[in-house]
Design a protein around this ligand. Structure first.
Ligand code: CP3
Length: 343
């Protein structure tokens, strides 16, 4: 079975020969090949140089043996195209002039991805030329709450007080912002599929900072709209967030083929909540990859056991690969899942 068939069939809950695996943030600083490339160019330079972005994407697939690639880019790339000059510093993303009022929101523009981010689409084509369509490629975008978090906070945050000040105290401005972000997400994902991506994922990584009632008001309508507008593309759609255990009953109403789970809920319990009709992706704690291989194998086995051989499990981490991860442990996870789930 080709990697493409294995991954796509699992997304649609069809039987496969073994459980497909890919790892969130599988391309990055824990790889020597990535570090070598980053010595010569800045992060956003890398993202906007299609042959190098494609090379980094291909390297991750080849070094790990995963069943899917995820195009090397960032959820911040479309924010820069919309007019928010986000930079990447040693302490993470930084926006010097955070967006906290109506004028700031009004200045953001929903842009044509082909005109403003052609390098993303070009990198997708180069990846597909390399693998001749044998390896599926995932396109992605950030979710509206996560993107709004970077724009309002100006960087990473513990309390998300600036985000929530806007969401709770200025709901009209907040909805204008979320609406623009959702429209940009749809445009960006459509362009990536038209360029050749075989699946799409929305990373609403920080959506778990919301209570269930705030999720219902501020996130769910946008998740539903994004996924409804992507239905016609005919590719599997993955919705991911962290800390979503209490939000899963609502996320299960979004028309996504696959729901991503983090490790804060056991996979079988999360799957029960999102329903058997759905495929699930997850959910090994990325910290497990910092252990020795016998201990790591036990943790991989636990996730595989929780999936209990059901169709529609895509093995992944509950969040991104951590920078101190040994590459051989990432490769070991992929081999171990394939070995343990051979049918
Ligand atoms: O292999 C892949 O998964 C593709 C590449 C990818 C990156 N970012 C590359 C990257 C993907 C899918 C992302 C998504 C992303 N970016 C998310 C959603 C997923 C998640 O982990 O929650 C978020 C929240 C971001 C925002 C972002 N970009 C942060 C917070 C950071 C800095 C954090 C860190 O780890 O340093 C980035 C930078 C970034 N994006 C790096 C990489 C490889 C590190 C860049 C470097 O220093 O070279």
């Amino acid at each position: 079975m080709s990697r493409k068939t294995r991954f796509i069939d699992a997304c649609y809950r069809r039987p496969v020969d073994c459980t497909p695996v890919w790892l969130m943030r599988q391309a990055g600083r824990y790889q020597a090949s990535y570090q070598a490339i980053r010595q010569n160019m800045s992060f956003f330079e890398l993202c906007s140089t299609p042959d190098v972005a494609a090379e980094v994407t291909v390297n991750a697939v080849e070094e790990l043996g995963v069943d899917a690639g995820i195009i090397f880019s960032d959820i911040l790339v479309p924010l820069r195209a919309m007019g928010a000059p986000v930079e990447l510093t040693h302490s993470g993303p930084k926006l010097s002039d955070p967006i906290r009022d109506e004028a700031g929101v009004a200045a953001l523009e929903v842009v044509d991805p082909l005109a403003t981010m052609p390098f993303v689409m070009r990198a997708i084509e180069i990846f597909n030329d390399h693998f001749q369509g044998e390896v599926p490629l995932i396109g992605f975008a950030g979710g509206p709450i996560t993107l709004a978090a970077y724009l309002t906070e100006g960087g990473h945050s513990k309390s998300y007080a600036d985000l929530k000040r806007m969401l709770f105290a200025a709901p009209k401005t907040a909805h204008q912002l979320l609406d623009k972000l959702a429209r940009q997400v749809v445009e960006h994902l459509k362009a990536q599929v038209e360029a050749g991506c075989h699946a799409v994922q929305v990373f609403d990584s920080w959506v778990g900072v919301l209570s269930p009632s705030d999720y219902a008001e501020l996130a769910l309508p946008y998740h539903q709209r994004i996924f409804d507008e992507l239905r016609g593309l005919g590719v599997p759609r993955i919705l991911f967030g962290t800390d979503t255990a209490t939000l899963l009953p609502q996320m299960a109403t979004v028309d996504a083929e696959v729901i991503g789970l983090d490790w804060r809920i056991d996979l079988d319990e999360g799957w029960r909540i999102v329903g058997e009709r759905r495929a699930v992706q997850g959910n090994l704690d990325p910290c497990c990859l910092l252990m020795d291989q016998p201990a790591l194998e036990k943790r991989v086995q636990q996730v595989v056991d929780a999936a209990a051989g059901r169709d529609g499990h895509i093995f992944n981490l509950g969040h991104g690969v951590l920078p101190p991860t040994p590459v051989e442990n990432a490769r070991f996870v992929v081999e171990t899942v394939h070995r343990l789930t051979q049918r």
